[in-house]
Design a protein around this ligand. Sequence first.
Ligand code: BG6
Length: 592
Amino acid sequence: MCSIIGCIHKNAHVDVANMLVESMGKMEYRGYDSVGIATLDNNEILLKKGVGRVSIVNQELSLTELKGNIGIGHTRWATHGSVTQQNAHPHVCVRSEISVVHNGIIENYLDLRNELKSHGVVFKSETDSEVIPNLLSLILNEKNEIKDAIIKTISKLTGQYSFIAMLKDKSLIGVKNHEPLILGLGSDGYFLSSDILGFSKYVDKVIYLDDGQFVIVNSNGYSIYDFKGNPVKLIPIKILKLVKNIEKGNYEHFTIKEINEQRTTILQAGTKSLDEFKTFFNILKNSNRIYITGSGTSYHSALVAKYLFPKIAGRSIEPIMSSEMRFFEDCFDEQSTLIAISQSGESADVLNAVALAKEKNARILSIVNTTTSSLVKASDSFIGLNCGYEVGVAATKSFTSQLTILYRLLEKFDPAQKISSQLNLVVGAISKILDNQKYIIDICNVLKDVNHLYILGRGVHYPIAKEGALKIKELSYIHAEGIATGEIKHGPLALMDESTYVIMINPKDNTSTYTDNLSNASEIKSRGAKIIGLSNEYDQIYDYWLPLPDVPKIFYPIIETIPFQLMAYYLSIKRDNDPDYPRNLAKCVTVK
Ligand code: BG6
């Protein structure tokens, strides 16, 4: 998914290119393989775009020097067409009168391309997006008013998308159809953006457009309509100071800043939604079947719940990967409940999974960080992570906040667990790990040139093995695999030899698990592999020991995650990757 931005300054002599480029820099985590902007000056569209991050392309092409008090911008995560200058956005129609930035997918673009070719349109790119400006321009030139032309254009597009079109009459058109789009109201002008971060510095109030709506904006104001053309009134809401300036502070990267913020975010987790825990508890108690879903790191939180719920709540809970939900839709009915976990609340797979369960009248509960997101709008009740904005593409603080909220929820089922009153012990242990990073940095010096890495865990530690592997894959590009320890002898052991490193998650939290892991470690070691023990207890079987502080055993899944986050970060640095913007990834994937 990409980020799209549009801006009109009320003062015709103020150029907006600078603001556009700064905003795109803030939203780059949404996609960063190529970028571009277009402005309108003296009735002419000025366009500059290139391959690479915003700062790089701006250096090469001086994007900020474009003239004009109206403009649009884009940062790309390629879906259709390779990463080239031609395929970068904005795209301009063949009549050079309409330019467009687009996020999402136009599923019927091939048919539309053929139809437009029959009207003489010559396409410059391989993208699906380029059909939008050409279709709008064609319809506009068939003597249609702008509003009617937009409605006709939208009626011909299929897929989930949002786009911003800039017209020569100095207006911006923003269209929202299942991809984020927010209108920003500032004293000096108007913004349209995929993400509030894009313009938070310049506006005080925002309007969250709903799906099936479009807005026409010019320097005098804006009008919102539904896709049938009926006027829509939406109330502007004040944006939180907190969102106003998200900076790295003294940290070199957002990722390491957000890892360190876990000293506080764990205690804050869910504290702005305390009443909702009761709502969740009552709904879950009265549900015949409980399912839980998510993507990426959020799915690993769902897996942790699978192990904790039977033990503490006496209820089974079935995790289903959001992207696989279509194969389980028949599991749902009015007696079932789906818990959806998502940091962004905008992942298309999660939203589609929720839509499928809702069609079967299941109850929807969500655990989410962005409380203004589409997921919150689709839920019967939600609990906010309350961990602040997460910019680093690899999820860190959001994961441990998700786990903490699951623990707090379980406390509703069994107050004797005394979860909330012991969280300070968890924070104490995490601080110890963050204050003694030497062990982790040393092990990264050992691992920085490996191509494969295996992470083993039993029981509730198995999902953490998968999460650890995901972090290392995302940031270091090392092929890391999380495996249930007991499964190693049923196949993966074949991969073990003198060049292999295995991290064994093995806190002394359950005697039989602990000793079984040690026997498996010795089986692996006898094939020549090196064992890295992540445990609160040293054992001579380990070639390397990563000490874990002692905590009440129920909390080990939270604290044992931190070493993996740090390992992924330092391996990324040692392999000259950018930990905040790993290749080929994006912070939230709004396409299927
Ligand atoms: C990916 C992110 O795009 O989406 C991961 O890079 C994240 O870090 C996953 O875990 C799911 O995102 P979300 O916002 O639904 O939790």
